[in-house]
Design a binder for this molecule. Structure first.
Ligand SMILES: [Zn+2]
Length: 227
């Protein structure tokens, strides 16, 4: 019996039952390694020696918005944090730890918060349906709606209102980044990093720069400025 059980779970038999997408992944990896080495024989040797990315990216976990692919960047160029609806939540230890490392150890020059039109998290936050645990995360996005309720309620077309909500959410997350002690201290010390807000359009692949570029706390209300 034991023998039969072991043979049943051997990787060979197991992988036979997996869909093609899964079995292809390792093969894809081997092709990728070969193509990288073909372009640059030192590619992995150089990456293994350390990272010095100029950019920290905070994006949505959505599978359609891969940071490197849509910006034409390579491994080693973008330090990435992703969550549902690209949020900067001040009590999120994951985000704060990644931000602290990016700013104080890697000393990135730029931080981009990149949202995207058609964001499921933002759409869910606009409605009243319950989805479970995620509803508590969505509350942070609902707070953004409350801040901009007059403007958003004034947009009658639901699609347009949703798109504007995505943009306003990104802008608020950029400001939230600037409010953190991590960024405030870095600005005091070296006037870096520069914060930016972008939106990616999943309908055509284009990135829109929202024009929110923050490098100091001049634009913030007094209560958010650290002495
Ligand atoms: Zn999203």
């Amino acid at each position: 019996m034991i023998y039969n059980y072991i043979t049943f779970i051997t990787p060979k038999k197991f992988t036979k039952k997996m869909p093609d997408f899964y079995t292809q992944l390792i093969e894809n990896n081997r092709h990728w390694v070969a193509s990288k080495l073909n372009e640059d024989t030192e590619f992995f040797k150089r990456l293994a020696s350390g990272q010095k990315p100029p950019l920290f990216w905070i994006g949505c976990a959505d599978s359609r918005v891969p940071a490197n692919e849509i910006t034409g960047t390579q491994a080693g160029e973008v330090f990435v944090h992703r969550n549902i609806a690209n949020m900067v939540v001040h009590s999120d230890m994951n985000m704060l730890s990644t931000l602290d490392y990016a700013v104080n150890v890697l000393k990135v020059q730029h931080v981009i918060v990149c949202g995207h039109y058609g964001c499921g998290g933002v759409a869910a936050a606009m409605g009243n349906q319950q989805f479970g645990l995620i509803d508590n995360w969505l509350l942070h996005i609902k707070d953004v709606y409350r801040l901009h309720q007059a403007e958003l309620d004034g947009i009658t077309d639901k699609e347009e209102r949703s798109k504007r909500f995505v943009e306003l959410n990104v802008i608020e997350q950029v400001y939230d980044l600037g409010h953190t002690s991590i960024v405030q201290n870095a600005w005091k010390e070296r006037q870096r990093p520069h914060l930016h807000g972008w939106v990616y359009d999943i309908n055509n692949g284009l990135i829109k720069d929202l024009g929110v570029n923050v490098s100091d706390n001049n634009a913030f209300r007094e209560v958010y400025k650290h002495s």
